[in-house]
Structure formats: C-alpha cells, structure tokens
Design a protein around this ligand. Structure first.
Ligand code: IMP
Ligand code: MG
Length: 191
C-alpha cells in the first residue's frame, strides 16, 4: 500500500520500533486529551467531598491514569495492582493472575480502578472481586477503551473513554509485545 493510502507505515523516529507493522491512527492525542478532560470532570463531580483512591492496573493504565488524575479537580491518592494474563502477544488467554497487590487499605474508601481497556472482561472482573472483599465504601471502574463485542464474562465499566470495535490497538500505554506503549496517539493494527 502506498504511503498516502489508508494504512500508513510509520518509518521514522521512534515509530521505527514498529517497523514492518501496519497500523492506522484511531484516536489522535488531541482527541484523547479532550476525552480525558471530560471523564476527569465527571469523576471530579461524582467524588466531590469523598475520599478517593485511584488504583491503576499495570502496566497498560499508567499513561491514561497519569493524565486522568492530573485533570481531576479533587484530591486523590494512588496505588497500583498488576494482573498478568497468561498467553503473551497481547491477547488474553482466559486466566488472570494477580502479580502485584495494592499497598493501601481500602476499607471504607472510594475506589476507582483505572485500566487501559476492557476486552474479555476477565482482568477487571477478577480485580473488582478481589478488591470488593476488602469492603471499600464504593468501587467503580474507569477504562480508557472498551471492546464490548469481545466479552467472555459480563462486565460493565462505570466510565469509558471510547467504545471501539474489535481490533488490536496500541499506543497511549497499550502495547503489542511490550512495544508501542510510548506512542502518544492510539493506533489500530492492520493485518
Ligand atoms: P481482558 O481481556 O478484558 O482481561 O483484558 C486484559 C488486558 O489485555 C488489557 O488490560 C490489556 O492490557 C490487554 N489488551 C486487550 N486488548 C488489547 C488491545 O487491543 N491492545 C493492547 N492490549 C490489549
Ligand atoms: Mg492491562
């Protein structure tokens, strides 16, 4: 396909790391920034006067979470959990395992889990169950992206940046084999 075609090879600068992989832009950094501000405004209103702890799911959530919490107009604390899903290559295999627990007591607190994407729903349904047992006052989930058509278990995020079709996305924290997390825009990979 030609460079001016729908799919564009990124062949300069840091994009060179993704050499040979076709992708097209899905959300520009400007579009992302504006949507993150909307979400942050909603979350700030909803948690006004509360005692908010934002829990990021490593590694994918770290870029989104950094932008989101800086756009809040209310204070919050942060912590992180890490969930590994066996399989590699980016696709979830069906088994979520907690490899790093949070280090904060969440009993009686308002907890907002932040993740990069809800795909099969396995990661977030596992983590919400895990945290609910510790009796937070409230527990909600904010996902940057939502691939609803891919669910294997029922799961609804309370705040969603963008609902997307099936397709593998990278950038803004999302990786393909640990590559492309650093890209400021979001791309969908093409065959
Ligand atoms: P789950 O299938 O809902 O458990 O999603 C688990 C994790 O898979 C997400 O948090 C992402 O880290 C990863 N994932 C799912 N879909 C994509 C994608 O399109 N790009 C990059 N990572 C993905
Ligand atoms: Mg993840």
């Amino acid at each position: 396909m030609s460079r001016s075609g729908r799919a564009r090879m990124i062949d300069s600068g840091r994009g060179g790391m993704m050499e040979g992989m076709r992708r097209k832009i899905l959300f520009s950094r400007e579009t992302i920034d504006s949507r993150v501000r909307d979400l942050a405004a909603r979350i700030s209103r909803d948690y006004e006067g509360g005692d908010l702890i934002v829990i990021g799911v490593l590694k994918g959530a770290f870029v989104f979470m950094a932008d989101l919490i800086r756009a809040l107009t209310i204070p919050c604390r942060v912590d992180f959990a890490r969930i590994a899903s066996y399989g590699g290559g980016g696709v979830t295999s069906g088994k979520a395992v907690l490899t790093k627990d949070i280090e904060t007591s969440i009993r009686g607190k308002d907890i907002l889990i932040v993740d990069d994407i809800v795909d099969t729903g396995l990661t977030l349904s596992y983590l919400t169950e895990w945290l609910r047992e510790r009796n937070p006052r409230t527990l909600r989930v904010c996902a940057f992206l939502d691939k609803r058509a891919r669910r294997k278990v029922p799961f609804e995020a309370d705040y969603v940046g963008f609902a997307i079709e099936d397709g593998f996305v990278v950038g803004y924290g999302l990786d393909f084999d640990e590559k492309a997390r650093f890209l400021p825009d979001v791309y969908v990979m093409e065959e």
